[in-house]
Write a protein that binds this ligand. Structure first.
Ligand code: ZN
Length: 268
């Protein structure tokens, strides 16, 4: 699933070409992939709209429109947004936008969990937690988010209501860097280690953005290119391979129904 660095990479790619373009035609190939919060027909409401800009909030791709409405896309497991000069053959195409200035934006999704949503207010963003790369995310803020929680730290890091944008890959990698066992009760991590975790989270996300994301399974950016951070992973997907730091075999356990990778010697 694309996480913050992958969605950020897609947004930066889209931001180079999409802002200012006007929607001339909307083809909904799979109606279930569309959520329309407004009365009226989705294609008819979008036709003639100008896309003002492209940004990211949590794992959402956000297109503010000239009318004041907002188009958001959540890619979930396998969604992709691809800019192309003409509509490519694609059995998984869900929605296609054609621009008056030329070019197409294709929302493609093999597993069909992704959603494109047209909305008039900020309801789509209700309940989302702090952005981990925002200055508001401080070590103190992380400490207060973890305080009192008895659940495993790994599961808490995935809770989008607390911190938005982190998923399985970067939670595993940050906990490895911080030397914290993924099953450790979140509220029982010392102040020094919370500060270490804060810095590990920020750094791993920033590095992954620099490498244009992690391509495991399906992720490609808006130009169809894979990222490079999969070659930098220390524990994620490395079950049985030796830890890069101590050479002990990396372990995999299931926490909160998600595969979780860690080094039993480096992470206590
Ligand atoms: Zn180790």
């Amino acid at each position: 699933m694309p996480e913050l660095p992958e969605v950020e990479t897609i947004v930066r790619g889209l931001a180079r070409t999409i802002p200012g373009r006007r929607i001339a035609e909307v083809r909904v190939e799979t109606p279930a992939s569309v959520v329309n919060d407004l009365p009226g027909d989705f294609p008819a409401l979008l036709r003639g709209e100008r896309i003002e800009s492209v940004s990211r909030r949590a794992k959402f791709i956000v297109f503010p429109l000239a009318s004041g409405r907002t188009l958001t896309v959540h890619l979930r497991m396998t969604g992709r947004l691809i800019v192309e000069p003409s509509p490519a053959e694609d059995p998984y195409a869900r929605v296609r936008l054609h621009f008056r200035e030329g070019g197409w934006l294709r929302f493609s999704d093999v597993r069909r969990f992704g959603r494109m949503r047209l909305t008039e207010d900020g309801a789509w963003a209700a309940g989302l937690g702090v952005e981990p790369l925002d200055p508001a995310f401080t070590p103190q803020r992380l400490a207060s988010l973890l305080a009192g929680h008895r659940g495993p730290i790994k599961t808490l890091l995935l809770d989008q209501r607390l911190i938005a944008g982190i998923g399985n890959i970067y939670a595993c990698e940050a906990l490895f860097r911080a030397g914290i066992h993924p099953a450790r009760p979140a509220g029982r991590i010392s102040g020094v280690r919370v500060r270490r975790l804060h810095s590990a989270l920020v750094r791993v996300l920033e590095e992954a953005i620099t490498w244009r994301g992690t391509s495991v399974e399906h992720y490609v950016d808006a130009e169809g290119l894979t990222g490079g951070f999969q070659n930098k992973l220390a524990v994620y997907g490395r079950e049985g391979l030796s830890c890069l730091r101590c050479h002990a075999p990396v372990k995999r356990v299931t926490l909160g129904q998600r595969g979780t990778f860690y080094c039993p010697r480096c992470q206590r």
